[in-house]
Design a protein around this ligand. Structure first.
Ligand SMILES: Cc1ncc(COP(=O)(O)O)c(C=O)c1O
Length: 425
């Protein structure tokens, strides 16, 4: 299928020659591109939403909006059913044993904090070790630091090679017999590298530790099956996989969730409350205090259905091909340095880079003049950047709706950035 990008008379027309056509059949599903004319290369921060998700949100509020789990009338029951259906879909999507193992949260950060407060703070003690990595997003580092401070456990960080690889020696050396919890990101939001979660899970279980996986950058891009990987907890955010903001997921093995106390307390998470005490609701409600985000869950379900329709093969191929183009063009720019693996197929569509002499903030602002959206800064991974000897970088990240035109236009404009700043190359 070939789709023309520009609408005649559109004020947001991109400066491409006539005759250049979009070859991405899914592009048309995202109204924002036609409405704004942006070249969006910041999907690692948040993804764009397809019509199917926008319509699902509207459908919820137009046809089934009532407080879910509370009303005994038809409308509330519909909202409750939509919420339950979304949970079933998520469970199936990541290969969970049952829907009870799926907790809806606000985002990956909240999911990771839930495990840190409810599991780590209650089941770890002085003398125990928590192992994480220097590569983590702050959301998968600060909760463990907090848990270590509260329990007296020590927090140890695994360190990768410059290309972002954790060697077997590093894994075996740091995940010691006294390790009780291992927290690792599946895909780095800076290097784009995919970590060997299965291998690390095996090592964690050998020493009797649980493994918590931050799937914020993996779940939207690749098939993730919690039982095949044998992970104990998996956290991810809906917004990075095209769902509305404000809905996230925590998967946890039932036997672990069962023994954990609630994280937040309030309505809907109890079985019975007396003047003196209370008993907790069964899973998953024990961890979902207050009015739940049923509309968000309904939108997440629509996003997952859409993702399945696109298929992970298409996503991987698109991201790899676009990353290859960036790498090919970067070869012509000796002042451009890409962080991580020299192999574009090991980046999950994420390319963090520096241009000698140009501050990442300037790069981003200059590109914004051509409606190109990339990220600049420390990417919430300051310890990693420090470890790699950089204080900030620019980052382009692709997703299923991006096209060859997007990245060629981006690279063309990137080549001009240094000239703009007064370099004569
Ligand atoms: C690897 C990784 N982990 C966790 C997060 C946190 O996600 P959220 O801000 O949606 O909680 C992000 C977001 O950028 C991320 O890239």
């Amino acid at each position: 299928m070939r789709i023309h990008w520009e609408k005649s008379g559109s004020s947001s027309k991109r400066p491409f020659e006539e005759g250049l056509f979009m070859k991405n059949p899914f592009r048309k599903d995202f109204p924002i591109f036609e409405k704004t004319g942006v070249v969006y290369l910041d999907s690692a921060a948040t993804a764009q939403r397809p019509l199917a998700v926008l319509e699902a949100e509207r459908e919820f509020y137009e046809n089934m909006n009532a407080n879910p789990l509370r009303g005994l009338y038809g409308l509330s029951i519909e909202a409750t059913d939509a919420y339950a259906e979304a949970r079933d879909l998520v469970a199936d999507f990541i290969g969970a044993g049952s829907a009870e193992e799926i907790i809806f949260t606000r985002n990956a950060s909240e999911s990771l904090n839930l495990v840190a407060y409810s599991y780590a703070c209650n089941f770890l003690k002085s003398g125990d070790r928590i192992v994480s990595t220097i590569m983590e997003h702050h959301s998968n580092m600060l909760p463990w630091r907090m848990a270590a401070e509260k329990t007296g456990a020590e927090l140890v960080l695994m360190e990768p090679t410059e290309e972002g690889v954790f060697t077997d020696e590093e894994i075996a050396g740091k995940i010691t017999e006294n390790t009780r919890l291992v927290a690792i990101g599946h895909v780095s939001n800076v290097l784009g590298v995919t970590n060997p979660v299965e291998k690390i899970a095996k090592r964690a279980h050998e020493v009797g530790a649980v493994i918590v996986v931050d799937g914020a950058q993996s779940v939207p891009h690749m098939r993730v099956n919690v039982r095949e990987l044998d992970v104990d907890f998996l956290a991810f955010s809906g917004h990075k996989l095209m769902a509305p903001f404000g809905i996230g997921v925590l998967y946890g093995k039932k036997e672990l969730l069962d023994k954990m106390p609630p994280f937040l307390r309030g309505g809907e998470m109890i079985d019975y409350v007396t003047r003196e005490g209370q008993t907790w609701a069964a899973l998953p409600h024990k961890f979902e205090a207050g009015t739940v985000n049923a509309a968000g869950a309904h939108g997440l379900a629509a996003a997952i259905r859409y993702l399945k329709q696109v298929g992970f093969d298409f996503i991987r191929e698109t991201e790899d091909r676009l990353t290859e183009i960036i790498f090919e063009e970067a070869e012509k720019m000796p002042y451009m340095k890409i962080l991580g693996s020299p192999n574009p197929r090991e980046h999950s569509g994420i390319v963090a880079f520096t241009l000698e002499g140009a501050h990442p903030h300037d790069i981003s602002s200059i590109l914004d003049g051509d409606k190109i959206c990339i990220r600049a800064g420390h990417h919430c991974a300051q310890p990693l950047l420090d470890y790699l000897g950089a204080s900030s970088t620019a980052r382009a990240s692709a997703y299923l709706y991006n096209t060859e035109e997007d990245v060629r236009f981006f690279m063309e404009k990137l080549k001009a950035v240094r000239g703009y700043l007064g370099f004569g190359d």
